[in-house]
Design a protein around this ligand. Sequence first.
Ligand SMILES: *Cc1c(COP(=O)(O)O)cnc(C)c1O
Length: 238
Amino acid sequence: MFVGLLEVYDKHKCIEMSIPENLHYIKSSLPEQVTLVAVSKTKSVNEIMEAYDAGQRIFGENKIQEMVDKEAQMPKDIEWHMIGHVQRNKVKYMAEFVSLIHGVDNFKLLKEINKQAKKHHRTINCLLQIKIADEDSKFGMTAKEAQDILQSDELSELNNVAVVGVMGMATFTENTQQVEDEFKRLKMIFDDLSNLEPKDSKFKIISMGMSGDYQIAISCGSTLVRIGSSIFGERNYK
Ligand SMILES: *Cc1c(COP(=O)(O)O)cnc(C)c1O
């Protein structure tokens, strides 16, 4: 059976087009209010530069050391997002430049980010990672824990972090109904948390959706999608 191009993209399997072509295809399919994080983990500076030269400025990495190495070699107008699990003792390495940390899943981490941001006279934007998948391996907090953090007096004392939204990862499954239910839950949690915030709050971001599920995520209200393999091709892990 002939497999059309769209279908190849939809399945997010072997993508044989170039990085700029993949990028343009994805960007043209995103609604205006949705921002693209190009997930460049494991990819070389040369590969990332292909996306940069095609206009992409926001890149996501999941390892702090790898992001630090790339940041040093690349143009300074790039916004670097940390999308992976963050160890507290490594926050200091990225505090000078990171523009958004997606995976904040406890208050102690937020405090450390605040401490390191202060040293650089910056405010670092953070997302609270909410566990929506039914897999043990996914990090994240409950809606209640997120609510407690947002309402705590301690948070209001952290002047060098801004909690600007939530992040979540759906279960890795072919069951699109389950994925949709999980994304809908994250949107509901976001809406509930938003109601605790002042009207002019910066709490506006819902980071959900990856190569395999970003269309579903967008239909459920995502404002930030994190897409790697559909842009750069399969990752090579050594
Ligand atoms: C790797 C990764 C992505 C991108 O995954 P793809 O399936 O390659 O698009 C998105 N979010 C997180 C947290 C990741 O670790």
